[in-house]
Design a protein around this ligand. Structure first.
Ligand code: NG1
Length: 521
């Protein structure tokens, strides 16, 4: 039995007058390093936190003598007389209002539905698609009852939304009796969360499902898998909320999707330019010309088929190695930087310029992108391709270095802690400078954490608000927390911006927790 299980079962009974048949628990996560690179194909290093989302589920009981909402037993929605619905409630009322969702695989969120239903609808659609692909029938003879409870702080970069999607998906699959491995649920919840609008990678869902207690997880993609990484003895991680909510997705043209767009265009453009590298010459714009006839000759790159920066990494390294004179540095990170700066020299690009460099028109380019990225492009933002690509390549190298340091038997634990701290600091600098996903509040909190003795500190999650994660020697963690509380939070409490009882949710030490689980009752 996991924490909250019995309590939630009792609340379910009170809410709906019947017991749940399954309760799913899905944890939030804190990402130690590897920010904004999962959707570009690169591995990341999160751990699951104990704060979780729980979803209790059951079929709605039929009452004797009463025509049910659905009518005759059926395993096919199309044959039912009335619309099947999911009744939804949250133990946190009125923060998360109750209501119901109509259930069919093409359902849209009704305009008057509470916003948080979008995540449950996304999970439902993803589960329908998964069940259909597995040729598993979806039972639909009764309405569904769902009760949600969660304590992952929302808008904090701790993945509260993915915890909800994963918990709802696990609960639905359990109710339907559709078997799925953690990796399958990770894939299905990653793609279905895109129904909610952001074009994220698969980190949050994967770690929520696959985390192991006591270790960080090196999560890699295509296909998704997670390997445990033993952290040095004496490492403590403290999570602190900067008190500015992370609004990564408030509009379709969200800043999150704009970053995905910039990375995607950088990948396409690099593929195009690299495909011509064997006969490349510097054009007057400073760009390596892409007009050569050798397109497609470099590593078989077809820019139209390139979606992620990882796909051009090998060709970039080859490009750097083939130059005369070769770049001075031999390290992959320096070589990638050299090549990106040479191939994408402008401070920013317009969509029109990107299209011209690709040799097509803007509309043709837009047609290759999914609608949320088209929406991001429609606002005509300056596209900072070089900076975003430099962040992604350097951050992916830092993830590998983080794993190497953890595994290096020749290093003392103290030396490991110090090196991991430096990598986390460098990650924050890159997020703030090259990726521009920090904010004044996050930067101030990172500064306060360092001043209070953190070996390294960085924003965690999408950024633009939310939380930082700080690395401490365990012995120093209590004094650290006291100092940060005094310096960062007490002024907010004094100013009435933060209730004292919220402090615990804003500043806490975390240990790597176990991944999602389902209890069949
Ligand atoms: P959060 O912190 O939950 O907004 C988002 C993405 C991740 C990853 C991080 C940045 C979703 C569901 N999550 O996380 O995949 O890209 O940003 O590293 O989109």
């Amino acid at each position: 039995m996991f924490p909250h299980q019995q309590q939630l079962a009792d609340q379910f009974q009170q809410q709906y007058g019947c017991p749940p048949v399954a309760i799913a628990r899905a944890p939030g996560r804190v990402n130690l390093i590897g920010e904004h690179i999962d959707y570009m194909g690169y591995g990341v290093m999160p751990l699951a936190i104990t704060q979780s989302c729980h979803a209790a589920i059951a079929w709605e009981p039929r009452r004797a003598g009463v025509q049910t909402a659905i009518g005759a037993d059926s395993t096919d929605c199309q044959h039912t007389q009335q619309q099947q619905v999911m009744r939804i409630a949250n133990v946190q009322q009125p923060l998360y209002p109750s209501g119901q969702l109509e259930l069919h695989p093409s359902s849209q969120l009704a305009p008057d539905s509470p916003g948080w239903f979008g995540y449950i609808l996304a999970a439902y659609k993803g589960c329908c698609e998964f069940a259909a692909a597995q040729q598993q029938p979806i039972p639909s003879s009764s309405n569904i009852l769902l009760l949600v409870q969660g304590d992952v702080p929302p808008g904090g970069g701790l993945s509260s939304s993915s915890a909800l999607v994963v918990a709802a998906a696990l609960a639905l699959l359990a109710l339907w009796g559709v078997p799925a491995s953690p990796a399958q649920v990770a894939e299905l919840t990653c793609s279905c969360e895109r129904y909610v609008g952001t074009q994220g990678g698969g980190m949050d869902q994967a770690v929520s499902l696959m985390a192991q207690p006591g270790v960080a997880m090196h999560v890699e993609f295509n296909p998704v898998h997670a390997s445990p990484v033993r952290l040095p003895k004496g490492a403590a991680f403290v999570v602190a909320n900067c008190l500015a909510a992370s609004h990564k997705a408030e509009t379709a043209a969200s800043r999150f999707n704009l970053r995905v767009l910039e990375c995607r265009l950088a990948a396409m453009l690099l593929a195009k330019l690299l495909s011509a590298h064997s006969t490349a010459t510097s054009g007057s714009s400073g760009h390596v010309s892409s007009s050569s006839s050798s397109e497609g000759s470099c590593a078989g790159l077809d820019w139209r088929a390139v979606n992620v920066l990882k796909a051009v990494e090998a060709a970039l390294l080859k490009f750097a190695a083939a130059q005369q004179p070769p770049p001075a540095a031999t390290q992959a990170q320096a070589q990638l930087q050299w090549a990106v700066e040479r191939l994408l020299p402008q401070a920013s690009y317009t969509l029109q310029q990107v299209a011209e460099l690709l040799g097509c028109c803007s509309n043709e380019l837009l047609a290759l992108l999914p609608p949320p990225l088209q929406a991001a492009a429609a606002c005509g933002p300056p596209l900072r391709l070089q900076q975003r690509a430099l962040h992604v390549f350097s951050e992916s190298q830092r993830v590998l270095q983080f794993a190497q340091v953890c595994a290096d038997a020749s290093l003392s634990d103290a030396a490991k802690l110090s090196q991991l701290g430096s990598l986390m600091d460098a990650s924050h600098a890159s997020c703030a400078g090259l990726y521009e996903c920090s904010c004044a509040e996050l930067d101030a909190l990172v500064g306060a954490a360092r001043a209070a003795g953190a070996l390294g500190a960085r924003l965690t999650g999408a950024g633009w608000g939310g939380c930082v994660v700080a690395l401490l020697p365990a012995a120093g963690a209590p004094a650290f927390m006291q100092q940060v509380a005094q310096q960062f939070y007490e002024p907010a409490v004094a100013a009435g911006k933060l209730a004292r009882e919220q402090l615990q949710a804003c500043l806490f030490m975390t240990v790597p927790a176990r991944g999602a689980e389902v209890a069949l009752l």
